[in-house]
Design a protein around this ligand. Structure first.
Ligand code: C5P
Length: 222
């Protein structure tokens, strides 16, 4: 006898951000990071399997997803991710912000390739908008907003501050201190902090299994 699919998120519109952002310097160069997008893609797939209508806002990654319930919007920069997320958010029930968004971008973009000249080159950076924080300000009572935090010291304290300052409903904390966790890996080790103060620590698992733990926490918040 086959088991019925778990469609707990049927009828829910879910936004997931994934991957890095690329902040362009000139036509051939950018400032980026090592995020693979694997965590966000696993979350998007799981929520879609559980019946949600998912929009996945993805930075440049080497993975693909093909699922009838997942619409992928490809972006490159933090500003593009910001514009897409803020446009879509009012129609969203659950937003999970797992992208590794660049905090800064080059102030100037050079239309032509930057030439090798002096012994040193200074690139001036300006702050990107904080997407999670902006959505936190726009959030209505019935919307759920989940942020990620990647910390390597005072992890729990920093994550709790983030939860409050960004008006999130939960923060998924990844530490850089665990072998096999985080960027590029297929596994991750997380702690979830809910806004009511509850803390759930999980062992190292595949990102697919981690996505299930995140989904279970979201169900508690619904
Ligand atoms: O403050 P910090 O960058 O550590 O917070 C991480 C969380 O904020 C992640 O959920 C990330 O996707 C989100 N973030 C964002 N916009 C930024 C920087 C981070 O949404 N500009």
């Amino acid at each position: 006898m086959s088991t019925l699919p778990n469609l707990s998120f049927f009828g829910k519109k879910v936004l997931v951000t994934a991957g890095p952002t690329y902040e362009k310097l000139d036509p051939v160069r950018f400032i980026g990071n090592y995020s693979s997008g694997k965590m966000g893609y696993a979350i998007a797939e799981l929520f879609a399997d559980m019946g949600a209508e998912v929009t996945l806002i993805s930075g440049p990654v080497n993975i693909t997803i093909s699922h009838p319930n997942v619409k992928v919007v490809k972006i490159e920069s933090a500003l593009e991710m910001f514009n897409t997320c803020t446009q879509l958010f009012s129609a969203i029930d659950i937003a999970i912000m797992s992208a590794a968004v660049a905090d800064y971008r080059p102030e100037h973009y050079s239309e032509t390739k930057i030439k090798k000249q002096e012994e040193s080159l200074t690139i001036h950076l300006v702050k990107n908008p904080d997407i999670l924080k902006t959505l936190g300000l726009q959030k209505r009572e019935n919307q759920i907003l989940i942020g990620f935090a990647l910390e390597n010291h005072n992890e729990l304290e920093n994550a709790k501050v983030k939860l409050i300052s960004k008006n999130a409903d939960a923060i998924v904390l990844n530490t850089l201190n665990d072998a096999g966790a985080g960027f590029q890996h297929d596994t991750n080790q997380i702690t979830i902090i809910l806004k009511n103060g509850a803390i759930f620590e999980f062992p190292l698992k595949t990102k697919k299994e981690v996505a299930k733990d995140i989904a279970a926490c979201v169900l508690k918040l619904l």
